[in-house]
Structure formats: C-alpha cells, structure tokens
Design a protein around this ligand. Structure first.
Ligand code: HXC
Ligand code: NAP
Length: 284
C-alpha cells in the first residue's frame, strides 16, 4: 500500500513478532525499509521468522514481556544491535475462551500480566528511553473491539485490552510534548494459529459460523492489517495521535445496532411487514 522505502530509518520493536499477525506486520515493515526487532518467549519461533523474512533486517530477542527486567534488557540489546529504537508495537498477547467462574486467580492473572502489564512494561521502558534521548517515538497497541464493548467468555482479555486502550489515549496526551504518538488498532477476526487454537477450535467454529457475524461476510486478510499498521508506524500518519482504528469488516457494529438482525428478513416478509406497519401508522 505504501511507497517503497517509506519506512526507511524506522527501527521498530514488535512484541510477539515471531508468529501470527505480528509476523505479518514485520514482513511488511521490512519490505518498506524498516529494521525490526522481534520478541517472544520461544527462541526457535523468533529465529525461524527472522531467517524467513530477512536475517539482516530482523533481530530476534527472547523476552517475556511480563518481566520488566527482561524488557529493559531486550531494549538495551535492540539499541546495541540497531543503534536505536524509535517505534514499538505492543502485539504480544495471551487469551483463551472460558466461563469466568471456571478461572483460577492464576488463570486470570496470566492474561492480565501478558497483555496489560506486558504492554505497560514495554511502553514504559521505550517511553523513558525516548524522553531521555529526545527521540520522537511511536507506539502502536494491538487491542480488540471488545476493549470498549467488553465480552463474556474472554473477560481477562477484555479487561486487559480495555486497560491498554486507556493507556494509549492517556499517553497520547501526556507524552505528546516529547514528540511521541500513541495509537491502537482493534482487529476483528484474522485467522492465526495462536488465536484459532484458543478461541475458535474447529468443533466450535463450525457452529459459530464466524463469517456470518461480519457484514462483509469474510474474515480479515493479514495484509489488510499490515497495511494499516505500516501507515500508523510511518510518517504518513504523523498527525494521528490517540486514535484507535477498527479493522473488522463492521463486525462489532453489527452486534451493536439494535435492528441489524433484520438483515435476515426476506423481501417477501418485508412486503408483509410494510403493509402491517403502514396500517398501524394510520391507526395511531
Ligand atoms: C481455564 C486455563 C486454560 C483454559 C490455561 N489455564 N488454559 N484455565 N481454561 N483453557 C490456566 C492454567 O490452569 C493455569 O492456572 C493458568 O491458566 C496458567 O496456565 P499455564 O499453561 O501455566 O500458562 P502459560 O504456559 O504461561 O501459557 C499462557 C497461556 C497460553 C495464555 C495460557 O495460552 C499462551 O501461551 N498463550 C500465548 C498466545 C496466545 O494466547 N495467543 C492468542 C492471542 S489471540 P492454574 O491455577 O491451574 O495454575 C487474541 C485475540 C483476541 O488475543 C480477539 C479475537 C477475535
Ligand atoms: P499469536 O500468534 O498467538 O501471537 C501472540 C504472540 O505473543 C506470540 O508470538 C507469543 O510468542 C507472544 N507472547 C505471548 N505471551 C508472551 C509473553 N509472556 N512474553 C512475550 N511474548 C509473548 O496470536 P495473534 O492472533 O497473531 O495475535 C496478535 C495480536 O493481535 C494480539 O495482541 C491479539 O490480542 C490481537 N488480536 C488478534 C485477533 C485475531 O483474530 N487473530 C483479533 C483481535 C486482536 P511466545 O508464545 O513465543 O511468547
């Protein structure tokens, strides 16, 4: 979508960049000229992704985002390797479906720790480094549409993503004086192994018919999300700050609009309904 070279000079840290949507974003950022550091807990996944995309332009760093010490150390390694770091994509996440009453305290904590605490750890480390070194840093947080609607059966994730969205909007204002931008993307369904194994196992997704929940009647393509992420991480979006951009084919609004389910009514049924409504109008 963007012009060749439009991300030259960008050095971006993508957490969870070794798999799924993170990896797709990394691929496109590198294609556009960026240098990218990718982190995660599984070294083999990171090395595999770096080798597949570009050994020279992708730097794998093992780092558990829940641990602030590991996050500080990872940032130091990235700066040493690339000379600086001027962008951060908080993409790492944990999630699984479960009735909330079946969750232990530890199960709830684990999601909050990866998503909210992890995003906080990376943002605080990068933010302080940018302020100290007068670097106009750029943060992109990957949230979800239920960050503002909430959702049953993924309550820890919804709680954590809502916190990340609040952090996005708060720091967009507080740290704008240092030249920083903080934005978010709220994706709808984009098939990845990580998400599908934990949220839409085949036995259930056959029943749920995911595509029918989306007005555009399809799931998202990774490149569509990568295009949006590249725009927000590039200078083309230099006046966009504190925004959350939804990319879900209209999914969450379909659930929100009170009358949207009337899409299921046929033309013949509408003929009958119209007659009834017109007749009722005359009487009232
Ligand atoms: C209930 C569960 C559970 C389940 C784990 N637990 N799975 N409880 N139902 N299905 C409990 C465990 O019993 C344990 O509690 C606690 O959670 C921690 O589990 P561990 O397996 O020890 O944790 P860990 O090995 O650190 O793994 C973390 C994880 C795992 C989150 C559970 O799934 C993971 O690594 N996920 C990373 C990738 C990921 O989730 N990607 C999907 C992102 S998709 P006890 O009390 O027994 O010790 C996404 C999309 C959103 O966010 C929107 C989609 C449209
Ligand atoms: P994914 O492939 O499972 O990505 C999650 C990544 O996070 C993995 O690379 C994982 O690597 C990393 N991670 C997990 N826990 C970590 C930890 N403690 N420390 C460091 N890294 C950790 O899933 P995805 O679908 O691409 O999700 C990417 C992002 O998009 C997430 O923020 C998710 O909430 C969001 N999202 C996805 C969808 C969708 O439909 N796919 C929809 C809405 C939002 P390791 O396991 O190696 O650590």
């Amino acid at each position: 979508m963007l012009r060749d070279g439009s991300m030259e000079g960008k050095v971006i840290w993508v957490t969870g960049g070794g798999t799924g949507l993170g990896k797709s974003m990394v691929k496109y950022f590198v294609e556009l000229g960026a240098k990218v550091a990718i982190s995660g807990r599984r070294e083999e996944k990171l090395i595999e992704a770096a080798e597949e995309i570009s050994k020279d332009n992708v730097f794998p760093v093992v780092c558990d985002v829940r641990e602030s010490g590991q996050v500080d150390a990872a940032l130091a390694q990235i700066i040493e390797h690339f000379g600086e770091c001027n962008g951060l994509v908080n993409n790492a996440a944990g999630n699984f479906i479960s009735p909330t009453e079946r969750l232990s305290h530890r199960a709830f904590d684990i999601i909050i720790d990866i998503v909210l605490k992890g995003s906080k750890n990376c943002t605080l480390s990068c933010g302080k480094y940018w302020i100290e070194n007068k670097i106009p840093g750029n943060v992109l947080n990957i949230v979800t549409t239920y960050a503002w609607t909430g959702s049953g059966f993924v309550v820890p994730s919804a709680t954590a993503k809502a916190g990340v969205l609040a952090m996005t909007r708060s720091l967009a204002v507080e740290w704008a004086k240092y030249g920083q931008r903080h934005n978010a993307i709220a994706p709808g369904p984009f098939p990845t192994k990580g998400a599908w194994d934990r949220l839409f196992p085949k036995e259930m997704s056959d029943k749920m018919k995911l595509e029918t929940r989306v007005p555009l009647k399809r799931v998202g393509e990774h490149q569509e999300l990568a295009n949006l992420a590249a725009y927000l991480m590039s200078d083309y979006s230099s006046y966009v700050n504190g925004e959350v951009v939804t990319i879900d084919g209209g999914e969450w609004l379909q659930g929100a609009g009170q009358f949207n389910q009337m899409d299921a009514i046929t033309q013949d049924e509408w003929d009958i309904l119209e007659k009834i409504v017109r007749s009722n109008q005359k009487k009232s």
